[in-house]
Design a binder for this molecule. Structure first.
Ligand code: CUA
Length: 336
C-alpha cells in the first residue's frame, strides 16, 4: 500500500510538472497563434484538455516503470524467480472501465467542440472564394466586388463558399484555427466569426504546384465602419474603371493572373507585365518574338505555344472573349 501511495503522489507531481514544462516551452498554449475567431476558443479549449490528458498518461506510464526499476531491483546474489501471478479480475475490470469513461468523456468533448465550431448564425454574410494556382480571389455580396484581399467585419459570422479553378487548395488562417479544403467541382463551406480586429493571412495548406508556398493573401478584420468604407472605396474604384484599361485590370484580378504576373517588375512565377508590351521577348527555343496583340492573345488562349525562356510551362489556358482580351491588352499597354 505504501508503494501505491508514493507512486500515486509521484504520478500527480510528474503530470503537473510535465504540463508546466510544456507550457513554459510554449507547447501547451502559447505555441498557438492569437485567437482571432469565435471558433478558435472551443478548439483551443479542447487542445488544452488533450495536452493535460497526455501529461497525465505520460506520468502514469513513466513513473511506475521508473519506480519499479529502482525500488524492486534484484538484490545482489538473489537468484530466485519473481512471484507468479495468475490474473486479477478486479484489476482487469478497473483498467477496462476507467479508460472506457475516459474515451467517452473525450468523445463528448470533441463533439461539443465541433458543434461550437460549426454553430450556424442565420444572418451570416456570404462571400465567394476562388482558389486557383496560385492566388485567392474574393467576391463580396450585393456589390459584386472582386478583390484579392479578404476584408471581414468584426463580430459578424461569414460563410465562405469556396471553389477551385484547378487543383485542390486548402484555405487556412492560423489565427482562425479552422481549415478547409477547396476542391475542384464542388463548393466547400467555411464558417467563421472574427472577434479581433487585425491583419492576418490566408495560406494555402495543400501542396498545389510550383508556387504553392506563395499562395497567400491578406485577411483584414475591420471594425464595421472601416469595412463599410472599404466596400464603398471598392465600389468607387469599379465605377471609375469602366474604361478598356480599367476593365482589363479588373479582369486580371478576377482571373487570378496577378497571382503569377507582377505589374511592377517583381519576379514571380510568370514573366512580369511591367514594360512588356512592344518589347522583344526571348523564347525558350532560342528565338525572339515581339510582345504585340497577336502574341499576348496567343499567350492567354494557348500559353504553351510560345514559352518565355526561364519560366516553367505552368500557366493554364484562359478562355476569354475577344473583347476581354482587348481590354487586358489595353491595360498591359499602361504598364510602363
Ligand atoms: Cu494552393 Cu497550395
Amino acid at each position: 500500500m505504501r508503494h501505491f501511495v508514493i507512486v500515486g503522489i509521484l504520478v500527480l507531481v510528474t503530470a503537473v510538472l510535465t504540463y508546466v514544462g510544456l507550457d513554459v516551452a510554449g507547447v501547451a498554449t502559447q505555441m498557438n497563434p492569437i485567437e482571432a475567431s469565435a471558433q478558435s476558443i472551443p478548439i483551443d479549449w479542447l487542445w488544452n484538455w488533450e495536452i493535460m490528458a497526455i501529461c497525465f498518461l505520460f506520468a502514469l506510464i513513466i513513473v511506475p516503470m521508473a519506480y519499479s526499476m529502482l525500488v524492486f531491483r534484484r538484490k545482489q546474489g538473489d537468484t530466485t524467480d519473481a512471484e507468479h501471478i495468475e490474473g486479477n479480475t478486479t484489476l482487469e475490470i478497473t483498467w477496462t472501465v476507467i479508460p472506457l469513461f475516459a474515451v467517452l468523456a473525450l468523445a463528448y468533448m470533441g463533439a461539443y467542440s465541433l458543434g461550437e465550431t460549426r454553430r450556424i448564425d442565420p444572418n451570416a454574410m456570404i462571400i465567394k472564394v476562388k482558389g486557383q494556382q496560385f492566388v485567392w480571389t474574393f467576391e463580396y455580396p450585393d456589390t459584386g466586388i472582386i478583390s484579392t484581399e479578404l476584408h471581414l467585419p468584426v463580430d459578424q459570422q461569414v460563410l465562405l463558399k469556396m471553389e477551385s479553378a484547378d487543383v485542390i487548395h486548402s484555405f487556412w488562417v492560423p489565427e482562425f484555427r479552422v481549415k478547409q479544403d477547396v476542391v475542384p467541382g464542388r463548393v466547400t463551406e467555411y464558417r467563421i466569426t472574427p472577434i479581433l480586429v487585425g491583419s492576418y493571412k490566408v495560406r494555402c495548406a495543400e501542396l498545389c504546384g510550383a508556387s504553392h508556398a506563395y499562395m497567400e493573401s491578406p485577411v483584414i478584420v475591420d471594425t464595421r465602419a472601416d469595412y463599410n468604407s472599404w466596400i464603398a472605396e471598392q465600389v468607387a474604384i469599379v465605377a471609375a474603371s469602366q474604361t478598356p484599361e480599367g476593365l482589363g485590370k479588373l479582369l486580371t484580378v478576377k482571373n487570378g493572373c496577378i497571382g503569377c504576373h507582377s505589374v511592377d517588375g517583381t519576379k514571380m512565377t510568370g514573366p512580369t507585365w511591367f514594360g512588356l508590351f512592344g518589347t522583344k521577348v526571348d523564347l525558350a527555343d532560342g528565338s525572339t518574338v515581339t510582345a504585340d496583340d497577336a502574341y499576348v492573345t496567343e499567350s492567354i488562349l494557348d500559353p504553351k505555344a510560345k514559352l518565355v525562356t526561364g519560366f516553367a510551362p505552368v500557366m493554364p489556358p484562359f478562355k476569354l472573349t475577344d473583347i476581354e482580351i482587348a481590354n487586358i491588352i489595353a491595360y498591359l499597354k499602361t504598364l510602363k
